[in-house]
Ligand binder design. Sequence first.
Ligand code: GLC
Length: 750
Amino acid sequence: MTTTTLKTRTILSLLLAACVHAAQGAEPLSIDQRVTQLMKRMTLEEKVGQLTQYSGDADPTGPVAVKGSLRDGISSGQIGSIFSAKGTRSIRQYQDLALQSRLKIPLLFGLDVIHGYKTTFPIPLAEAASWDLEAIERSARVAAIEAAAAGIHWTFAPMVDIGRDPRWGRVMEGAGEDTYLASRIAAARVKGFQGRQLGDTDAVMACVKHFAAYGAAVGGRDYNSVDMSERMLWETYLPPFKAALDAGAATVMTSFNDLNGIPASASRYLLRDTLKGKWHFTGFVVSDWRSIEEMTAHGFVANNKEAAQAALSAGNDMDMESGVYRENLAQLVHEKKVALADVDDAVRRVLRKKFELGLFDDPYKFIDPERERAMLNKPEHRQAAREVAAKSIVLLKNDRAVLPLSKSIRKLALIGPMIKLGVENHGYWSVTVPEVDYAHQAVSAWDGIAAKLGKDATLLYAKGSDIEGEDRSGFAEAVRVASEADAVVIGVGERWDMSGEARSRSKLDLPGVQEELIKAIVATGKPVVVMINAGRPLVFDWTADHAPAILYNWWLGSEAGNAVADVLFGDVNPSAKLPMTFPRSVGQIPIYYNHFNTGRPAPNPTATEWVSAYTDLINLPKFPFGFGLSYTTFRYADLKLDRQTLRGDGKIKVSIQLTNTGKVAGEEVVQLYLRDRVASVVRPVKELKGFRKVALAAGETRTVDFTIDKESLSFFNAALQWNAEPGDFDLMIGASSADIRLQSRFVYAR
Ligand code: GLC
């Protein structure tokens, strides 16, 4: 039977049922009624099929399970979702198989569209450095437009794990260390992915992950255990999930880690009590890759059957990749070890989303090769990628105003192993789109700079060294090339896949001999700009102290080289601020700005006697949370509070006057921090409670406003009650967490 005939028959049968229903003059059935009708016709095996997901034919993102024949599983209704299938051609083939099944329940297609589909955007940690919620939402919007045009219904994003440990390779995928910033970015990403409404063919379901506290793995070692107080869990790690759900996130993915002794994929506390209970979540939960089966390895269950029982009963609706639901759930129901009602609840949640997406009305609605060709990599998509990439580049240092470089420079030396990288700029978790030549989809720094300067400038090149290894034989050539030039740009960093999943590192130095290469080039005395590519904070102490100018470029996606050139030559004034603290040494980790004061705070960065400090290291990060420079300067002045006491549910209006005191336009991220001086549990020395990204022309002054209310002061007390406590508060307005420009105090009185 051809696809068209099949499609026609399916649509006709569905339309006929709807017509009969309408002819009886009844209201059109609600989605829940349609789900109920369908479930009445389903066997237990078919129900289990809806809770089973496998990766498709594309590159796996984990250790691949032996899953027998996908084809047979799909056409017999034993598989309800496929992920990592790419492109409308491949997805149509899978959907055709699903429509051969008895009930013709369409497949749900998921994919890790983490920072772009064919147009790749900066890695999420880089975008977080932009602090630009509109740009971040737009980036997710474009990713959804492209992914949905390619047949995808569902992205496994946003990842909202708070990351305080840069040894953990997956910090690249999140929004950094701060709960307030990460929560706002989580909401922006969900809105971008899900667009106007689910079912639109330019929108995909979001999947907020990894539930929960995956980023707090002991030692920053991926998949490692997590143990923390419930208070810390609720105050620091859960709020970004709640923000994503409040923004309408359709699904949730569990995390690999055990949390306080219970693997998250079978945590009744997380899934039933918190997510589906306290938070009234009506979407569905998918496990992470084989995380249900892995509970045997955790030592939480003895075998796959017990794993299936524990996970489903705890509220984990869909089994990604392990097949343990497919192999055991029906038997567990027959043995009354799993309640049929729990299976039905899970199936209902999954089917409800398939109806919401409109897949029962037209299983092929997202499969349109014409739309796919039209939507992927559109010029406006690449322009959006270029703009947010430039906004994500952090200017860490700019002594003697080496930057911006002049566009009329005659000879520019481009040195280092990163300069000519192309596809690597996509970074980890980019989507390799099989049917196009992926290699030409990322602009290298070399190409971006060459395009910017045109034929008048002479570009000199020397690789100097590899990213890794001890080979210094390229140094002499690099020094020679640098000596001939008017200025030097050095591109160094970690390899694109040194951060990402299962990429924890015990050392964070620039790999290989790259910092020696920098030393050799700096020794020439030429104006030197060091650009660093990485998916995490790295340690580069010597460079930070001796190179005159440093740009932190993360991994910037398809338009990397053009964005770099825009910032290098001043067409874009850098405005990014660090979303994570940069340590001086791995030995300082975990290090984050919103720490408690302790009973023996160091009175100054060099104190060590009987205080909380290291005796062998200055007690400061290398670069603090919220730090980033600009080509212009800003004056913060005239802090005003409209009252000094906040009562009950009242508000305090806060304002400052921000002036661009430089010669070029620029954007500044004004940050508002609070400190609760005395409380029933110790409180951080400061907490971000507001920020405004403000664009100002040279010489322009703007009033920047904030509002403080009881919610701004609230926290979880020892009894896990969310409340504000009366007392004194410090209010700080800063250009970073360590650069407080204006201060005041107020009192909160119930
Ligand atoms: C991976 C990741 C998860 C991803 C999933 C599917 O192991 O942990 O974030 O969405 O598998 O690729």
